[in-house]
Design a protein around this ligand. Structure first.
Ligand code: HH2
Length: 296
């Protein structure tokens, strides 16, 4: 029997940074970022992922004080937006302030390796955590990355980090996993990971994919401007859904949400699918899904 089709959960990206690769500077002003977050919820985001530090290849680290200054007012302004709040950080102090401001998911691209205090914080505060695979660190990660078998290497890394998190007191059911598309990977590595994502899904935790507007889509399609890579993003999201991924981290929420809802309905042979948006005209269904609910 075919594997059940997950309910797609759309995680909208709110980058409060001057230098993010696709939207740097657009949402640096807190009022603009808050308005953007509300807009993404109206478009169908069940989760908002708020970040104050770019992790693009070559990015320089940001101080803790600056990251706090960027994200805390935005989290506070989005507390009642109607979406689960996620903080995209690898610093425990930033995660702690974000949790105080309403975040219930810590999206740590270092998978708890960046700050020795992060695991204890997540365990104590009882929030969910997304553990992502990255080879090296943003400044250097795209310099000739190498794997024996990229999918097996990423799978075994994520399995190890899950056990590490559990031994540090984080409940297994609060752990999400992410193969880290574009983080120390060539185009071929990214494609192999997307095509064999079911091997990561087999670890038994919700799988997050973040392909949105990334460089490999531009290389494949010839689209230089990141904002022109929406169709490429959607193709990868739909493929990832068919392989069992359930959370889709995207900049272009409405387009991704519509594609995923239709893809999920098609795979199931029935509709409505998992999510609705505030702009959906008919047949409303629950907006809350397992991964998108306020606590996991
Ligand atoms: N990608 C980016 C940032 N955070 N988190 C997860 N879990 N998965 C991802 O693939 C992922 C992530 C990079 O995208 P973006 O935030 O748009 O760019 P930047 O890091 O330049 O701000």
């Amino acid at each position: 029997m075919a594997a059940p089709v997950p309910e797609p959960v759309v995680m909208g990206v709110v980058n409060v940074t001057p230098d993010s690769f696709s939207d740097g500077g657009e949402w640096l002003d807190p009022a603009a970022a808050i308005a953007h977050g509300h807009d993404l919820v109206a478009q169908g985001a069940a989760i908002l992922d708020i970040g104050g530090e770019s992790t693009r290849p070559g990015a320089e680290p940001v101080s803790e004080a600056e990251e706090l200054r960027r994200v805390v007012p935005v989290l506070e302004g989005l507390a009642d937006a109607g979406a689960r709040l996620s903080i995209d950080t690898s610093k425990a102090a930033v995660a702690a302030a974000a949790i105080d401001a309403g975040a219930t998911l810590v999206n740590d691209v270092t998978a708890l390796r960046g700050d020795p205090r992060m695991a204890a914080l997540v365990a104590e505060r009882g929030c969910a955590v997304c553990l992502m695979h990255m080879l090296g660190e943003p400044r250097t990660m795209q310099r000739a990355p190498r794997y024996d078998d990229v999918v097996e290497d990423v799978r075994s890394f994520l399995a190890d980090r899950t056990e590490h998190a559990v031994t540090r007191g984080i409940a297994r059911e609060r752990i999400w996993l992410d193969p880290g598309i574009g983080f120390g990977k060539t185009i071929d590595h990214n494609l192999e990971l997307l095509g064999r994502l079911d091997e990561i899904v087999a670890l038994g935790r919700p799988v997050v994919v973040g392909t949105s507007r990334k460089a490999f889509l531009g290389t494949i399609t010839g689209r230089e401007a990141p904002s022109d890579r929406v169709a490429g993003t959607i193709a990868t999201n739909v493929i990832a859904l068919t392989r069992g991924a359930s959370v889709f981290r995207v900049h272009d929420v409405a387009q991704a949400r519509d594609a995923l809802v239709v893809a999920a309905a098609t795979l199931r042979g029935r509709w409505p699918a998992a999510t609705t948006t505030s702009t959906t005209p008919t047949r409303r269904t629950s907006t809350t899904t397992k991964a998108g609910s306020r606590r996991s």
